[in-house]
Design a protein around this ligand. Structure first.
Ligand SMILES: [Zn+2]
Ligand SMILES: [Zn+2]
Length: 316
C-alpha cells in the first residue's frame, strides 16, 4: 500500500507568502555562514538535505490523499491538492481503455471539494469515477459547486462516467480485495473517517473531527477504528489550547491524536489539516511539542509522529 499526500492544509488553500520565503532564505544563508560551507558542492548538498520546513514548503493545498493498493487508485477528498494528483494520473496512468478511480469524501466543505472542477481525469470519457460519501445527495452538492453562477463548466460537461454511492454509517465495503470502513466523526454538518484494510496492513484517514464527546462508548468506537493502524492521518489543526477555546469548530489537536495513537497502538501518526494562519516553523513547533508530549507521558511508546507534507509518500 502506497500513500501520498497531495494536499495537507485545512480550510483554505494557503500559498507561502513573500515574507515567509524571504525568512527561510535568510535562515539558510545564516546556517551556511555559521557552518563555514564555502564550496558550491557542499552548499548544494547541505540545501538538498534540509527538511521541507527549512528549504521547501509543508504545503498550501487543501486536503487530498492518494492511496494505491492492489492496483486500485483510491482518493480521499478533493481539496485543491486534487488538481496536481489529476495531472499526475493523466501523465502516468491514463490509457485508452480508461481508468477506475475511487473517491471517498469526508464531507463537502469547500476545502474538501474545490479541487474537483480542475481534476483532469474527469474530462476523459472512458474514465469511471466512483464517488463514496456518508452524506446524501453528493451529486447534487457537486452540481451546485459547478452551477454556472459559480463556475463555468457544469458537472455534466466533465465527460467521465460517474456513479455515487451513499455509504451506510459504520459499514464496510470492498473494492476488489480492499476493505474500506467508515466512521461518522464530530464536525459541523458531519464528517466521515475511512479505514483501509488490505492483507494485514491498515491506513486510517480521519480529518475534520473534534473529540468533544469523550464518553467511554464513543472513545471505544474510535479506538476500534484506529486500532493497530500502520498509518493514522489525524486532524491536528489546533494547538491544545486552541482546541479548548474553539469548541464546536469541528477540529482537533495533535496531542489528542497522540493520546488516541497510544491507546489504539497506532504505528505512525501523521499530523494533517494544518491551520492556514500558521507558517511552516509554527507547524513544525506543533510536531516538536507532540513528540515531547509522547516522550514525557508515554516514554515506552516509540511510534513515529510526523507532519503530513505535500508531496511526501509512505509505503505501508
Ligand atoms: Zn477541512
Ligand atoms: Zn469541514
Amino acid at each position: 500500500m502506497k500513500v501520498k499526500f497531495w494536499g495537507v492544509r485545512g480550510s483554505i488553500p494557503s500559498p507561502p507568502t513573500d515574507k515567509q520565503i524571504r525568512h527561510k532564505i535568510k535562515n539558510i544563508m545564516h546556517e551556511i555562514r555559521s557552518q563555514k560551507l564555502d564550496n558550491q558542492h557542499e552548499i548544494d548538498s547541505y540545501i538538498d538535505n534540509l527538511s521541507p520546513v527549512k528549504a521547501g514548503i509543508v504545503g498550501g493545498n487543501t486536503a487530498c490523499v492518494e492511496v494505491r493498493v492492489n492496483n486500485q487508485i483510491i482518493i480521499f477528498d478533493m481539496g485543491s491538492g486534487l488538481k496536481n494528483l489529476g495531472n499526475y494520473i493523466v501523465k502516468n496512468d491514463q490509457n485508452s481503455k480508461g481508468l477506475d478511480l475511487h473517491i471517498f469524501l469526508s464531507h463537502t466543505h469547500w476545502d474538501h471539494i474545490l479541487g474537483f472542477p480542475f481534476f483532469a481525469p474527469a474530462f476523459f470519457p472512458n474514465n469511471r469515477l466512483h464517488f463514496y460519501s456518508g452524506h446524501p445527495n453528493l451529486r447534487e452538492r457537486l452540481e451546485i459547486q459547478q452551477d454556472f453562477r459559480f463556475f463555468p463548466v457544469a458537472l455534466d460537461h466533465m465527460s467521465a462516467k460517474k456513479d455515487f454511492t451513499q455509504l451506510e454509517h459504520n459499514s464496510t465495503i470492498k473494492i476488489g480485495e480492499v476493505e474500506i470502513t467508515n466512521l461518522p466523526l464530530y464536525h459541523p454538518g458531519g464528517s466521515f473517517g475511512y479505514r483501509i484494510d488490505y492483507k494485514g496492513k491498515s491506513f486510517v484517514y480521519a480529518t475534520d473531527s473534534e473529540y468533544k464527546d469523550l464518553k467511554e462508548s464513543n472513545v471505544r468506537n474510535h479506538l476500534i477504528f484506529f486500532n493497530n493502524a500502520d498509518l493514522l492521518v489525524f486532524d491536528a489543526q489546533y494547538t491544545f489550547e486552541e482546541a479548548i477555546h474553539k469548541e464546536d469548530w469541528g477540529h482537533s489537536s495533535a496531542l489528542i491524536g497522540v493520546d488516541f495513537a497510544v491507546q489504539a497502538n497506532v504505528k505512525r501518526l501523521a499530523l494533517f489539516h494544518h491551520e492556514p494562519e500558521r507558517d511552516d516553523y509554527e507547524i513544525e513547533s506543533i510536531l516538536k511539542k507532540s513528540i515531547d508530549y509522547r516522550k514525557i507521558n508515554y516514554p515506552d511508546k516509540l511510534f513515529e509522529i510526523f507532519l503530513a507534507i505535500e508531496g511526501s509518500e509512505y509505503i505501508l
